[in-house]
Design a protein around this ligand. Structure first.
Ligand code: ADP
Ligand code: GLC
Length: 479
């Protein structure tokens, strides 16, 4: 079984969020299921630099107005097809925005080109290789099934679109249609038209053979108006082909027993070693070296989706219980400013690193007592999975994948010995503050707390089961 996976990021080559983790980890997990995955990525500078010796497998004089080629090669364990189109991707900045933080003005054309080239590959443009299934991720690759449809190819592979976040839809002005090479008649309700614009994600949801999202709960939530973000009607219409497959985490990247980034690696039998990591974390963020303070942490994009605007409001609940807060994240400037303000006002009790820092993310998982994930919606979420694996107790909003991956420490779950964290709903400041106070009470019962930690560490957060589900879906599609 040969799969072409098309996406805008893949760890460890280029990452802005969980999408990259998933795209980067799935090929390894699927290999164990007999599925070979080639990942197609834009040729950003970081990707071009990581690519080893590569072969040109396709070339054109005109992709979105300039020459482009597809390079085949390997990097960091991934079998890659890289769309080398310097006029679109050879830029300083991140995949979606420039150094000034503003989206690239030509994002529609950039990612349409990725999908366009991917659709050529799907139809055999790379000599000697044809995918059985094309798996596209999020709006950036979502036009691919639409191109296949309007190309009218006789022989085309089956397509799967995975929605990692319905909030990002790739909605652009209708006038772009000629520039992205779609025919005028594609601009209809049954085509790529979306509220008078062109909808990239809408097009993918319309034309892909199967639609998956990254948790069963989110799969049912997005079929309802509340979480459907304008696409619930289409998703309900296609409900028979919508399903949810949970994400896993890469257990070689996230393994507390062999994590070289930690002051003291440990396993579930040696939870005491977390104390060394906790001390290292406190020192790093300027927190008081208090061994008893319940240490809450956040590793997150600092955005409304993630409920990060609630942090200032719940700070009293943390501080009044003698706790500390460590924040690692970047995002909306007002939230960043609020976090910095809290640090300045509570020296030694609140610490932060505003920015992106993978090493510190590992130390936090290994050293903090509890991870706060108060998301207003969360397709899956990966940080709570890492937290489980590291014995950092997740405190999560009961939504999407958070609801599916954490078992609340209710009296019943505690006595049955299955609880792994704390859930609350809805994601409001009051409910989060109450959850924090409940977490502190659990924390003060050392035995119960350690049971929570050990249960979490024993939970299966690997890619094994999800990979089996993707492989089964691909097989179903190809008969
Ligand atoms: P999302 O993709 O919506 O941001 P996920 O929980 O799925 O949320 O994935 C986030 C990923 O990015 C995780 O691997 C997490 O550890 C990482 N991450 C988020 N913020 C930071 C940060 N500031 N520094 C380092 N890693 C981060
Ligand atoms: C998105 C979602 C997150 C999910 C990730 C990977 O960024 O916000 O919930 O875990 O994609 O699927």
């Amino acid at each position: 079984m040969q799969v072409l996976s098309v996406a805008s990021e893949a760890y460890p080559l280029i990452k802005t969020g969980g999408l990259a983790d998933v795209v980067g980890a799935l090929p390894g997990a699927l290999a164990a299921e007999g599925v070979a995955v080639r990942v197609m990525l834009p040729g950003y500078p970081a990707v071009m630099a990581a690519l080893g010796p590569a072969e040109t497998v396709w070339a054109t004089q005109n992709l979105a107005g300039a020459p482009a080629q597809i390079l085949s090669g390997h990097a960091r364990g991934l079998d890659l097809l890289v769309l080398d189109a310097p006029h679109l991707f050879a830029r300083v900045g991140n995949p979606y925005s420039g150094p000034d933080g503003r989206d690239w003005a030509d994002n529609a054309v950039r990612f349409a080109a990725l999908a366009r080239a991917g659709a050529y590959v799907a139809q055999g443009a790379v000599s000697g290789w044809r995918p059985d299934v094309v798996h596209v991720h999020d709006w950036q690759a979502a036009l691919l099934p639409a191109y296949l449809h309007y190309d009218g190819a006789q022989q085309r592979p089956s397509t799967v679109i995975t929605v990692h976040n319905l909030a990002f839809q790739g909605q652009f002005a209708a006038g772009l249609l000629p520039a992205i090479g779609l025919p005028p008649w594609s601009f209809s309700l049954d085509g790529v038209e979306y509220y008078g614009d062109v909808g990239f994600l809408k097009a993918g949801l319309r034309f892909a053979d199967r639609i998956t999202t990254v948790s069963p709960t989110y799969a049912s939530e997005i079929c309802q108006p509340d979480a459907g973000m304008g696409l619930d009607g289409l998703l309900r219409e296609r409900a028979a082909v919508v399903s949810g497959i949970l994400n896993g985490i890469d257990e070689t990247v996230w393994d507390p027993a062999s994590d070289h980034l930690l002051a003291a690696p440990y396993d579930a039998a040696h939870l005491a070693a977390r104390a060394g990591n906790r001390a290292a974390l406190q020192a790093h963020l300027g927190l008081a070296p208090d061994p008893d303070a319940p240490l809450f942490a956040v590793i997150s994009r600092l955005t409304w989706q993630k409920g990060m605007d609630l942090l200032p409001e719940v700070l009293p609940a943390i501080l009044e219980s003698g706790g500390q807060l460590a924040v690692l994240g970047a995002g909306d400037p007002p939230i960043e400013a609020a976090v910095r303000f809290a640090v300045a006002n509570h020296p030694g009790r609140v610490g932060c690193l505003i920015g992106y820092n993978e090493g510190l993310a590992h130390v936090i998982q290994a050293g903090a007592d509890a991870l706060l994930v108060p998301s207003r919606f969360e397709p899956c979420g990966l940080t709570q999975l890492c937290a489980l694996r590291y014995g950092c107790v997740p405190v999560v909003a009961r939504t999407g994948g958070l609801a599916d991956t954490v078992i609340d420490a209710s009296p019943m779950a505690l006595s049955a010995g299955v609880a792994t964290g704390v859930q609350f709903a809805p994601a409001t400041a009051d409910m989060l503050a109450a959850a924090i106070r409940r977490t502190v009470r659990l924390y003060r019962h050392r035995d119960a707390w350690q049971t929570l930690q050990r249960n979490g560490m024993a939970a299966d957060v690997s890619w094994r089961d999800p990979a089996r589900q993707y492989a089964a879906l691909f097989r179903e599609l190809t008969g």
